[in-house]
Write a protein that binds this ligand. Sequence first.
Ligand code: AMP
Ligand code: ZN
Ligand code: FE
Ligand code: FE
Length: 282
Amino acid sequence: MIDLHTHTNESDGSFTPAALIEAAQSISLQALAITDHDTFAGYEKAAPIARAAGFDLVCGIELNSKFLGKNIHLLAYFPLQPPADSFRSWLAGLQASRRDRNARLISRLQSVGVDIELHEVESVGRSLAGRPHFARILVNKGYALSILDAFQKYLSEDAKAYVERDVPPTAEAIEYVLASGGVPVLAHPIRLGKRNLDEEQALIADLHTMGLPGIEAYHSDHGAADSARYLAIAERYRLVVTGGSDFHGDAKPRIQLGTGANQNLSVPEELLQRLREWAGSR
Ligand code: AMP
Ligand code: ZN
Ligand code: FE
Ligand code: FE
């Protein structure tokens, strides 16, 4: 068993990088990728621990992007060598846009009567705070009953404090990942939110035409029929297949490392081998 999609507390997960490696070893995972949102900080903390333990840790990251007005999540894997410096400078721009969004979100929350300061969010958010950190503070301060309630009342796209974030076009993200030795993969395609299967396939075909080489066929939000459909699409367009739980620890308690939601996940080990072969064949 492997898990190629996980988050640490350097983004919006609850496990420290060290605790995540320990958890992966305790369930005998063969390999783990850390794919925090917009940061390598969790991977970088975990890497020496994994190396010392002889554990197979893969460098990854999850990026937001926009295509045709839709939010597209990409995973980027660097399974053979660390990302080129050009990628890190591009990433610094994304991190700046997230910080800028966070500052505007604070002003917006204050304008609807919430007593909250940027430093409070940054102190729980470590290297990169996200909306889940805002949600936790709103709950702690009594503005919301639960994380979900905080999103519904304040933070989700149709809620009263929502602010847009500047995210790169999907084509640009794909290009930067490929140019720096990485493998970009469409994350949790089920969340494309297409009304029918033809529309879904057409969108994936568009992304493939743009240069996207991979798809996350296995994910905690995918049923068996979904995974089978994405595997068929992968075969049709010759896409690299990946899979992972999207583990966030206590931040998403229904999802277990390696096994997903109610044991609905089992990611074949050979996928990592193929991902490495693809990365090495360019
Ligand atoms: P951000 O990247 O800072 O905009 O935050 C997005 C993250 O918030 C996502 O990765 C989800 O984990 C989380 N999220 C988004 N919508 C909800 C929701 N309705 N309830 C709980 N968590 C959410
Ligand atoms: Zn997340
Ligand atoms: Fe995602
Ligand atoms: Fe994720």
